[in-house]
Write a new protein. Structure first.
Length: 367
């Protein structure tokens, strides 16, 4: 009896190799179930392990024993329009994917999950459409700083930011998000389409240099104000930058929202701005660049202007940036699209903390 069971297991293993190659996941799962059954594992244990009903397993066993061949199970696979999962099953599927974000979910993995959990077949090509219908999207993972303080971040979104907008906009203050960024003479390398099998070559001039950019972005108007420097940004240069912003808009008062860089909080600088009647500083929670819309603008500028480019000197880099940034600021519409995407992302963040989105009016402005 045992010898006969071993022969059947050997035959099933051979069939499993074949179906693995053809990508028939459903048959592979059925064969695994049969092998477990032939090894005298109880149907209850098999059902629990594979999360398949005992009734289904008994039906597979009966089919197999009637023909004694793995192919006897093939007639169970139905052709034509794939069966649909009901609402409860679709909800279960969505929750399974949502709750296991350490796994890389591609269409093939979701297909396998559906077959295993619900004994239902969909075309792998149809899986993306199915997932979009569950309000899921295919997007790149992001790093999450473990140093982030969720309590402070929640407090910022729920309390501090709404108060800043409610109080200061009514009083006529303009709110700018501020940050600094650096550009290298050797540019930044990026993916691009090119001839297959050939490198995309960016000619490096062999000289290293850096141009620093201080910027401030107003969400509502889309205004982007900037100043460049060859030198490292410090409190003194930051003060000069803010004074330039004031000279441009002499009659305006400003709320500057920035990160926690040490020079933003220098004692003498803090004493200076507190002594003005036109400037107030607000600081984002630590390790929260995702709360600063200007970060998205930096990425867009690099993608549009400096990816896969090199310059022979810092002077050449500065001239190039001056030209491109001037064109950009004279045509706000050039970056409206990318900043609208950023606002939508921030809206999702606000929804996460279950608070009203303070920039709804700005979304309408950049529509």
């Amino acid at each position: 009896m045992e010898e006969k069971a071993n022969e059947k297991i050997k035959k099933l293993r051979s069939a499993k190799k074949h179906y693995n190659k053809t990508g028939d996941v459903k048959m592979v799962i059925r064969i695994k179930v049969l092998i477990a059954y032939l090894r005298n594992i109880s149907i209850s244990e098999i059902a629990q392990c594979f999360e398949i009903s005992k009734k289904t397993i008994k039906r597979w066993v009966k089919k197999f024993e009637s023909g004694d061949e793995p192919d006897a199970l093939l007639d169970e696979i139905r052709s034509g329009r794939p069966p649909k999962l009901n609402e409860e099953e679709l909800s279960q599927l969505r929750n399974m994917i949502k709750d296991d974000q350490e796994r890389v979910w591609v269409a093939r993995h979701v297909y396998e999950l559906i077959v295993m959990m619900f004994s239902t077949i969909y075309s792998v090509k149809y899986i993306p459409e199915l997932l979009r219908g569950l309000d899921l999207s295919f997007h790149k993972a992001v790093h999450y700083l473990v140093k982030k303080n969720e309590e402070k971040r929640s407090e910022w979104v729920k309390e501090k930011l709404p108060k800043i907008y409610e109080k200061h906009i009514k009083e006529g203050w303009r709110i700018f998000y501020q940050d600094e960024v650096g550009f290298q003479t050797e540019g930044t390398l990026a993916y691009s389409w090119g001839p297959k099998g050939e490198d995309i070559v960016v000619k490096n001039k062999g000289r290293h240099g850096r141009e620093n950019l201080m910027g401030a972005y107003e969400v509502g108007s889309g205004e982007f104000f900037y100043k460049m420097t060859f030198f490292k940004v410090n409190a003194l240069r930051f003060k000069r930058f803010l004074c330039c912003l004031k000279r441009k808009h002499k009659n305006d008062k400003f709320i500057i929202i920035s990160d926690n860089a040490s020079f933003h909080k220098a004692k003498w600088f803090t004493a200076w701005w507190k002594g003005t009647d036109w400037l107030r500083m607000e600081f984002l929670p630590a390790y929260s660049p995702d709360f600063n819309p200007i970060e998205r603008l930096w990425k867009w500028i690099k993608k549009e202007y400096t990816h896969n480019k090199c310059w022979s000197s810092k002077i050449d880099l500065r001239k190039y940036l001056e030209k491109k940034l001037k064109e950009m600021t004279n045509n706000v519409q050039s970056y409206v699209g990318t900043m609208r995407q950023e606002l939508l992302r921030l809206k999702v963040a606000s929804d996460h903390y279950k608070v009203p989105f303070v920039w709804d009016q700005h979304l309408q402005q950049v529509a």
